[in-house]
Design a binder for this molecule. Sequence first.
Ligand code: HEM
Length: 284
Amino acid sequence: MTENHLHAKEKWFEEKGIHTDFQNRMTYGEYLCLDKILSSQKRLSGHHDEMLFIIIHQVSELWMKLILHEIKAATDSIQKGNLSAAFKMLARVSKIQSQIIESWDVLSTLTPTEYMEFRDKLGQASGFQSYQYRMIEFALGYKTHHILEIYKKDQELYDRLNEALHAPSLYDVSIQALSKAGFEIHPRVLHRDYTQPYEADPSVEAAWLTVYRDVETYWDLYELAEKLVDIEDWLQQWRFRHMKTVERIIGFKMGTGGSSGVNYLKKVLDQRFFPELWVLRTKL
Ligand code: HEM
């Protein structure tokens, strides 16, 4: 490069006010730890399409991290009686969910033939072992303590999951909000064992029914309920698209995690997080 070229280049940056000296300044890549993130796509088969498979899982896990971050803060806000702050976070969760659902369109470009070329490299690894997915289930109130068994090899992770298992869920604190608003909630619900999956209760159903029948009086609780329904609705749509994508790619083969595969994923679709909020729709 000639001296004239060099000068022109410096002038170009200078005119635009662009920073070029990063000897003592943090760069974009450093802030985001891109060296770690972008060197974490280790294809075990070296197969072209394994890159898509890895990235789609990693992107989903990153979004799950944000979902957990938002649900946790929303749960704290509801506990403190600050519903408006929670609404903003829960709305963000729904938007993230719609993003993750879109990713099934990208994964559907993976054909059964392509997947079979590297599937055996996965061994017994499966999304079934996604601990963030289980933490989301826990945070929403679907507590399955037996799942902790999978994480025994990592004590720190096991402890984190155990803590999440014992914590009140988003639905638990929403029911407490009903109680604080004067609704009579049965003590067996208010003092329930948080390590167990939530079970529908007539006192909770009656409270939500009153909210939906008089939305003007109970606007905040009504808005909260609809935010919860949004989240469950999107989660079910994620599950449905996962199940159909899996059927498209592996048919009815067993999963690498050891389950029956698509039949297992179909069964999971029946599981509900906020049962009363669905039942009341028939009763209104
Ligand atoms: C080729 C693509 C995929 C196939 C063939 C596949 C297959 C399966 C199968 C068969 C199961 C049932 C458990 C088992 O026996 O393994 C499962 C569970 C699961 N997968 Fe996938 N999956 C795919 C992509 C993904 C992606 C992109 C994610 C995103 C993180 C994901 C997350 C999960 C989760 C969280 C479960 C547990 C579901 C539950 O227990 O409710 N999977 N997958």
